[in-house]
Write a protein that binds this ligand. Structure first.
Ligand code: NAD
Length: 287
């Protein structure tokens, strides 16, 4: 992301203090925040925004190097307490180990951001059972594991907390190009709303953040650029023309995540076209 690149360059050359001083002030001072898929894109921007807001941050990604880089960036913006953990969120035993380790070493997580996800495009009949399993394993089961393991710790501690699950505008915007991805995200949206109802009396908030098109690695992967993605591309071009948002930055999603935690919001469509699609799905469902 631009501000990170500019900041790192400036800092490494010794020309700058912390970026965007006070963008998040000390809103999360001392809180423990765990972000999955934090080695890149939205997850990285979110982990850095929490670090900037004074939180202690656990950066989880299946890519060790990427997670390490996020921690380096957090240190550069002055966060002393940021740690990287290499875990595949779809791997239940590995997630169990992570939950036990985090509790033992850092304490109970105050804010959990289940953000790790993979893109997959292709028509229904182009999508193999193996593809379905892959996308549901990461995008849905990864979120389920996170909510079960860390949510239970939060509930047992009895001091509240917050869970943010990254869904997508694809959760309420049907697309012929994204049946598996959209299904995984619609499931994350419903899971979040059910869990929100269940955890409310324990003071634990649950948010489904639903970004539209954001400028990250996932939107340029082979999956989204691959066969069957034509309609998706057309849709994105239409959205870009309508809303002029070719380059929606991940930092804005990160800001929306922090804001959703502070305000305890339920469903947060981020980006103008996601807000439009969300509204439309309520006014004219099934269109
Ligand atoms: P990204 O590819 O830049 O980042 C995803 C990160 O998750 C990567 O660092 C990757 O290594 C990690 N990851 C993937 N699978 C993992 C696994 N099994 N275990 C642990 N880590 C894993 O993509 P992004 O755009 O930042 O995506 C973040 C989330 O936002 C995803 O859930 C995605 O579906 C969602 N989203 C993105 C957009 C968009 O336009 N970029 C729109 C809506 C929703």
């Amino acid at each position: 992301a631009d501000w990170i690149t500019e900041f790192v360059t400036a800092t490494e050359e010794g020309r700058s203090e912390a970026p965007a001083s006070g963008r998040h002030a000390d809103r999360f001072g001392g809180q423990l925040v765990l972000v999955t898929g934090a080695g890149s894109g939205i997850g990285r921007a979110t982990a850095l925004a929490f670090a900037e807001a004074g939180a202690r941050v656990v950066v989880v990604d299946r890519d060790t190097e990427a997670a390490g880089r996020t921690v380096e960036l957090a240190r550069l913006i002055g966060a002393r307490n940021a740690w990287a953990e290499t875990v595949d969120v779809a791997d239940e035993p590995a997630m169990e180990k992570l939950a036990a380790k985090v509790a033992a070493e850092y304490g109970v997580v105050d804010v959990l951001v289940n953000n790790a996800g993979i893109g997959l495009s292709g028509s229904f009949f182009d999508t193999t059972p193996e593809d379905w399993r892959k996308v549901l394993d990461v995008n849905l089961w990864g979120v389920i594991h996170g909510c079960r393991l860390f949510g239970r710790q939060m509930a047992e501690r009895g001091q509240g907390g917050h869970i943010v699950n990254t869904a997508s505008a694809a959760a309420f915007q049907p697309s012929r190009a994204l049946p598996a991805y959209g299904t995984s995200k619609a499931a994350v949206l419903m899971l979040s709303e059910c869990l929100r109802a269940e955890l409310a009396e324990q003071g634990i908030g649950v948010t489904a953040v639903c970004p539209g098109l954001v400028n990250t690695g996932i939107t340029s992967t082979a999956h989204f650029a691959g066969v069957g993605a034509d309609e998706e591309k057309r849709r994105q071009q239409r959205a870009s023309r309508l809303y002029g948002l070719r380059n929606y930055p991940p930092e804005k999603v990160a800001d929306a995540v922090l804001d959703a935690v502070v305000r305890n919001r339920a469903v947060v469509p981020v980006t103008p076209e996601a807000r439009g699609a969300h509204l439309l799905s309520r006014v004219a469902p099934g269109m």
